[in-house]
Design a protein around this ligand. Structure first.
Ligand SMILES: C[S@@+](CC[C@H](N)C(=O)[O-])C[C@H]1O[C@@H](n2cnc3c(N)ncnc32)[C@H](O)[C@@H]1O
Ligand code: SF4
Ligand code: SF4
Length: 360
């Protein structure tokens, strides 16, 4: 069960399901008829989520410098979702056909049943996506392409070898680039319908290399797109201050704005007014500061349901899929309390995860 996991963390790896006793009590949940589940859906106060992140594992074989995997911020135990829990999740969410993203806090290719999980979800008619660090994509001759998966998003972390070394502390940028090239070629050769995207995260250090990165990867055969992500600080738990892009304004526009002082003033006033309206307005209009508990859910490897893919530590547990049905959790007290909290600026600001996440 130790796979490629850092030996310091391997001791924390759980191979079994800590909620095992409750599985016996809840055995019927996975076998509920589609009709019963459809009735539960009809009774639901809130429409079910359109996106569900499922975490095969929270273990990772890398330590990207801007990730919670590198600085020890992720304190929950490492583990692998059992196939039994996965099947339960699929049977619970199948009736409302969300898109599932097969990753959350770790590297999903470390799970030895990843391909079977994707195949199972596809058999149940779900749209399946995943994001991967790309280092294990070649497994079994790109077997992922034959699993029926709809979207594969490969994270390059750096835009070139120098940047990759800075972020991942490794010298294998060219190797991962070749893997992406071969994946694209295999996709075309096998006529796989998977859409392949490549992503990198923009930092102050790599801004100059982003355009070339986009051209290089965007022009590869079989690759459908390149996504450039904004840098996050994972709700204040990872120090990214040295990597933050210094200005969101494109250099040319910044020079233009600077040379027109009145325009600059108007821009600053409009920007702060917009922020004020956004936060005050949310409270006044009784709107939510975050739509995650209406639109998405994450299911951690041990079955814990969280509202979003950002809650990598499981600090907002809403229930466990091995103990309650998904729709019960979706309409239960913990998620309703969260929805209520997210209507108030003051209450959200005081929340250790949602406060920093919303920049409050
Ligand atoms: C947490 S990873 C999990 C999936 C997989 N291990 C991977 O790296 O693709 C999900 C995504 O978050 C990105 N990511 C990690 N830390 C980030 C940060 N501080 N800012 C922006 N994106 C980040 C990764 O590059 C990846 O695309
Ligand atoms: S970004 Fe992905 S690959 Fe990098 S350390 Fe985090 S989980 Fe692992
Ligand atoms: S505000 Fe809270 S629920 Fe919404 S995305 Fe951030 S951490 Fe998740």
């Amino acid at each position: 069960m130790h796979r490629n996991i850092d030996s310091r963390r391997a001791g924390r790896l759980h191979s079994g399901n800590p909620f095992a006793p409750s599985i016996a009590d809840h055995r019927g949940a996975g076998r509920k008829s589609l009709l019963t589940q459809a009735k539960t859906l009809q009774k639901s106060q809130f429409p079910p989520p359109k996106t569900v992140w499922i975490e095969p594992t929270n273990a990772c074989n890398l330590k990207c410098s801007w990730c919670f995997q590198a600085n020890g911020a992720m304190t929950r135990p490492l583990g692998m979702m059992t196939f039994e829990t996965f099947k339960r999740v699929i049977s619970e969410i199948e009736p409302f056909k969300p898109q599932i993203n097969m990753h959350l806090a770790g590297e999903s290719f470390l799970h030895k049943e990843l391909i079977q999980m994707v195949e199972h979800a596809k058999k149940h008619g779900l749209t399946v996506a995943m994001t991967t660090n790309g280092t294990l994509l070649r497994k079994n001759d790109f077997a992922i392409l034959d699993s029926g998966i709809d979207f594969i998003n490969v994270s390059l972390a750096g835009v070139n070898s120098e940047d990759y070394l800075r972020v991942r502390g490794m010298k294998n940028f060219d190797e991962v680039k070749k893997t992406v090239e071969d994946l694209g070629a295999a996709k075309v050769g096998r006529r796989s319908s998977a859409e392949i995207q490549v992503n990198a995260t923009e930092t102050e250090q790599n801004r100059g290399g982003v355009a070339e990165f986009k051209n290089k990867f965007g022009s590869m055969s079989g690759i459908q797109g390149v996504l450039v992500r904004s840098l996050m600080d994972w709700q204040g738990t990872v120090d990214v201050s040295g990597m933050k892009v210094k200005s969101g304004v494109v250099p040319g526009l910044k020079r233009f704005v600077k040379s027109h002082r009145r325009l600059l003033k108007t821009y600053v006033v409009a920007k702060s007014a917009r922020n004020l309206v956004a936060t005050r307005g949310a409270k006044l209009r009784n709107r939510t500061l975050c739509d995650a508990p209406y639109a998405s859910a994450g299911i951690l490897w041990d079955g814990t349901v969280v509202p979003c893919c950002l809650d990598y530590n499981g600090t907002i547990p809403l229930g466990n899929i091995n103990e309650k049905s998904f729709m019960e959790i979706w309409n239960d007290e913990p998620i309703n309390n969260l929805r209520k909290m997210l209507k108030s600026v003051e209450a959200t600001r005081a929340h250790p995860t949602c406060g920093p996440c919303r920049g409050l």
